[in-house]
Write a protein that binds this ligand. Structure first.
Ligand code: ADP
Ligand code: ZN
Length: 532
């Protein structure tokens, strides 16, 4: 057994390293810079805690979360590791104690809050130490591309230089490829080991639905929610108003629905939080204000009723699904209007900050998200690409997302929902056996109660009312596209009626695939086009 394995079992009581841990430790022990990007809970802390016990000097850890610092120190001390923290929460006596321990070289691991670096006296003390390793926890805070930029973090580059460039380890859970490049640059990492791992979530089925109206969104949401009679459901909305609207809508047909947004009083928020935790609220509509610190393992469905501002935010929010490892679904509902909402947020942010740089960054992030929405590849792979998690990417497509599932079915050459609807049109036309024209077929799928339809017994038709959420225009467009593509034919001049062609019959039976030359316009794709 080598030093690392011995330390792992003797000091930490673990039997094996998790993915990536050993590589990172070996890099820092050979004085190579490293950047490790792993999801929360993967075990990033061990990547420096264990080396700290083997390194001759002190390991400095910059971390923004004082509360967590204290927990870590307590845990480490219990394992016999000489750890300490220095931050504004300490009493003068406690600080003196830490300073003395540092001077006497009795500290192996020192946690620091980033604002400490502004104190010249403290910097002098640090310069007098033998720093073997500088660890930057939550390193994405150094990048303005990240979701949690902290100006204090910009001082870390300088600190590193003043300490005469000790090896540096940057750790984060959320770095996109852009943030990764930025933090390597700002921390001046030299030929760093870049380790990105653990972002695949094999139990999540990711899908996107392109919607034609808000009503359609509500209908899809309602249907999706009904499929989950047990387990927790989260519905994310972009605005407070949408949160309340969605909750009211779901509340009409479901019990135990709650909502959460930053406009509630502290007390109301605490109440919802508690009810959610104990399961009294099973279905929760919320803005992105909800989520920090929720740890519910049985979330079976996460619906994004509106698009979020970035793919990073999206993955963080869907990441709350299926923590127990059991299957969970994540459904993103997209409507053209969502883009305008996000653009409004961007405008507000640029007004507040008074700089266009931030707005430009937000626009790019939104653009990335829109590309994801209309992208043709496996959703999981698209996300792994975004985080540049090459190790997980190599495992191939997920087989669960809408893109994977659709392309494995013959009818799938028509995008997502359109495919199912096109099938329903063919089935309805077949059922009517040449009695109805385009507008009656459309009315029937939308569940019209017109006398003409009902006297023909239209309610018995398989697709009757199945597409009530679609607009007349959208359905008509789809039926016409099926005519153009040769699946349907129009007969009769005075009262034109629809019938299946041979090609239509074959694809209805599943013998041949449904392929349309002129696809119904994909709203996300056109949103992108109009920005370009
Ligand atoms: P992160 O910082 O990535 O969110 P932590 O460092 O807090 O994750 O670790 C999460 C949990 O995993 C902790 O309870 C930690 O003790 C445990 N852990 C870390 N590495 C291992 C390992 N190799 N074997 C078993 N448990 C581990
Ligand atoms: Zn997939």
């Amino acid at each position: 057994m080598d030093d690392l394995s011995t330390q792992l079992s003797q000091t930490f009581g673990f039997t094996a390293f998790r993915a990536g841990q050993r590589e990172v430790m070996e890099a820092v022990l050979t004085r190579r810079d490293a950047m490790a990007v792993m999801p929360t809970g993967q075990g990033k802390s061990l990547c420096y805690q264990l080396p700290a016990t083997l390194l001759p000097g002190v390991t400095l850890v910059i971390s923004p979360l004082i509360a967590l610092m204290q927990d870590q120190v307590t845990g480490l001390k219990a394992r016999g590791i000489a750890a300490a923290a220095f931050h504004s929460g300490l009493s003068e006596q406690e600080r003196d104690r830490v300073v003395l321990d540092l001077k006497l070289r009795r500290v192996q691991l020192l946690y620091l809050a980033p604002e400490r670096m502004q104190h010249e006296r403290f910097l002098r003390l640090l310069r007098s130490l033998w720093v073997s390793l500088l660890v930057v926890d939550e390193a994405h805070c150094i990048s303005q591309w990240g979701h949690d930029f902290r100006p204090d973090y910009l001082n870390i580059g300088r600190l590193r230089r003043e300490l005469e460039n000790p090896p540096c380890l940057a750790l984060t859970a959320t770095a996109t490829a852009r943030v990764q490049a930025d933090l390597c640059d700002r921390l001046s990492l030299q030929d760093p080991l870049r380790l990105v791992t653990g972002f695949r979530r094999p139990n999540l089925a990711l899908s996107v639905r392109l919607c034609r109206s808000r009503q359609e969104k509500l209908a899809i949401l309602d249907r999706a929610v009904r499929e989950y009679e047990t387990g927790t459901i989260l519905v994310y909305c972009a605005t407070r108003r949408a949160v309340e609207e969605v909750a009211a809508c779901l509340g009409a047909s479901q019990s135990s629905v709650g909502y959460y947004h930053a406009g509630l009083s502290d007390e109301e928020r605490r109440k919802v939080h508690d009810e959610f935790r104990v399961g009294a609220v099973r279905i929760l509509a919320a803005t992105n204000a909800f989520g920090m610190g929720i740890d519910k393992s049985d979330v079976r469905l996460v619906v994004h009723f509106d698009i979020p501002g970035s793919l990073e935010a999206y993955y963080q929010e869907v990441g709350r699904a299926g923590r127990d490892g059991r299957p969970a679904a994540c459904l993103l509902l997209f409507h053209e209007r969502d883009v305008a909402t996000q653009e409004y947020f961007i405008q507000q942010a640029s007004k507040e900050s008074g700089s266009s740089a931030r707005a430009d960054r937000m626009k790019t992030l939104l653009q990335d998200l829109l590309e994801y929405v209309s992208g043709p590849t496996c959703r999981q792979l698209a996300i792994l690409d975004y985080f540049s998690d090459e190790a997980e990417r190599a495992l191939g497509p997920c087989g669960l997302c809408d893109r994977c599932v659709v392309t494995s079915q013959p009818s799938a050459h028509v995008v997502g929902d359109e495919a199912t609807c096109a099938k329903a049109v063919l089935a309805a036309v077949s059922w009517c056996r040449g009695r109805f024209g385009v507008s009656r077929i459309v009315d029937m799928l939308r569940g019209s109660r017109s006398k003409a339809l009902l006297t023909y017994g239209a309610e018995e038709c398989p697709g009757y009312g199945g597409y009530h959420a679609w607009s007349k225009t959208a359905l008509t467009r789809l039926v016409k596209a099926l005519i153009d593509a040769g699946y349907l034919q129009v007969e009769g001049l005075e009262y034109p009626t629809l019938d299946l062609t041979r090609k239509g019959q074959e694809s209805l039976k599943g013998i041949s695939p449904l392929l349309m030359s002129e696809q119904v316009e994909d709203p996300a794709a056109s949103a992108i086009k109009s920005k370009a």
